[in-house]
Design a protein around this ligand. Structure first.
Ligand code: HEM
Length: 369
């Protein structure tokens, strides 16, 4: 509640708006007609997250924490393969994953340690003007000092929370933006509807900001439909069976790992008409969605059910704002007269499911510019 509440997220609004405006300007400044939109999007989500959570302005040089996160993401792709066969310990060894992860762990731990120490020293020197000026680490250090939790909060706990926020909040947001753009590119009609909605909402103002987001009903449905077909965390977080139980005649022992395949639930024709089709309209009128569908998508749309992303208040503006800007400022074409319907949608599994091939696109400034 302290770190991820809507009130706290609201205090970071100007940081998000500034970062996304910088992205749009960098696209306008590109000398080449074709840009790698995937790269632009992935470099967009972590720096603002760093600034929002750690109050550090990133500037042009990527900080170590972001570079290390990318390294972890790359190595983690291999972990998933080795984890298919947990009893074959040698598989992880020959893949070299274990030692790479240990090295990365050490490097990451040192970065986190220095962040915590930096904050402690800063705290000794200054008194925060008000709690809205505190960043994530300040909040955790305050709780540690006052013992508000009723249980001790160690420095290691604090480092784990910082690490959790970055791994949970970075690639999830950027892959969602990338897939939403891909789906709209593939279907020009949907792109046009979303673009007209955004342009209608902001043309009079002359710029996109977060104040008009409540008007973007179609774009919000595009995001929900993107999460249905391309859930960034396809197997959710691993869970463990607390006690022995029986499912469909199978005895499941206590402590069994449970992975929930939301990727396949989102595409199950038992729940969804035209399950493989990208149709944001299905979310426009929630009365059209049955209870069964709601329980099957709670984790996808993040808003329903007992298990949800605790970072939802952060995730929403971090995904909506960049998308609204990209649609407002540009029309988008594929290079080399490639046909949009033929856009390659191959997925690759890492910490999230992302596009196998980067999105190379031609941005055409919108007529309103
Ligand atoms: C579109 C963007 C996002 C999606 C689709 C998403 C989705 C999810 C999902 C499915 C889970 C796992 C829930 C479970 O299995 O229990 C999760 C956990 C979490 N998310 Fe998000 N998330 C997004 C963005 C964010 C952001 C921006 C933040 C924070 C700044 C964040 C923070 C967290 C945290 C802290 C957890 C819990 C991790 C843990 O328990 O170790 N998420 N998210």
């Amino acid at each position: 509640m302290e770190i991820l509440s809507a009130k706290r997220v609201q205090t970071f609004r100007s940081i998000r708006e500034e970062e996304v405006s910088d992205l749009i300007e960098s696209i306008f400044r590109e000398a080449k007609p074709t840009i790698n939109l995937s790269k632009k999007i992935s470099s967009l989500t972590l720096p603002p997250l760093e600034e929002q959570l750690l109050a550090r302005k990133v500037g042009t040089k990527k900080p170590l924490i972001i570079l290390t996160m990318h390294e972890v993401a790359n190595v983690a792709t291999g972990v998933t393969v080795a984890e298919q066969y947990p009893s074959f310990k040698w598989l992880q060894k020959i893949c070299g994953i274990e030692s790479k992860l240990l090295q990365l762990h050490k490097k990451f731990d040192e970065i986190l340690e220095s962040i915590v120490n930096e904050h402690k020293q800063r705290k000794m020197r200054t008194i925060p003007e008000s709690d809205t000026k505190e960043d994530l680490v300040d909040v955790l250090l305050r709780i540690q000092k006052h013992g508000d939790l009723g249980i001790p909060l160690t420095d290691n706990n604090i480092k784990a929370v910082i690490s959790d926020m970055f791994s949970a909040g970075g690639a999830t947001s950027s892959t969602t933006i990338e897939w939403a753009m891909s789906e709209m590119l593939k279907n020009e009609r949907l792109m046009k509807i979303a673009q007209s909605e955004v342009r209608e909402a902001f043309t009079r103002k002359g710029n996109v900001d977060e104040s008009g987001h409540h008007e973007l009903k179609y774009l919000k449905s595009v995001i929900k439909e993107t999460l249905r077909l391309h859930p960034p965390v396809p197997l959710l977080l691993p869970r463990e069976c607390r006690e022995q139980c029986e499912i469909n005649g199978f005895q499941i022992p206590a402590k069994t790992s449970v992975l929930v395949n939301v990727w396949s639930i989102g595409r199950d024709p038992k729940y969804w008409t035209d399950a493989e089709k990208f149709q944001p309209e299905r979310f426009m009128d929630s009365s059209m969605i049955s209870r069964g569908q709601i329980s099957s998508i709670y984790h996808l749309v993040l808003e329903e059910g007992c298990v949800m992303c605790p970072g939802i208040a952060f995730a929403q503006p971090n995904v909506e704002l960049p998308l609204a800007h990209l649609l407002y400022h540009f029309d988008w074409e594929l290079p080399n007269e490639m046909r949009k319907e033929g856009l390659d949608m191959t997925e690759v599994l890492g910490m999230t499911i992302r596009r196998k091939h980067d999105l190379h696109l031609i941005p055409i400034p919108s007529p309103a510019e």
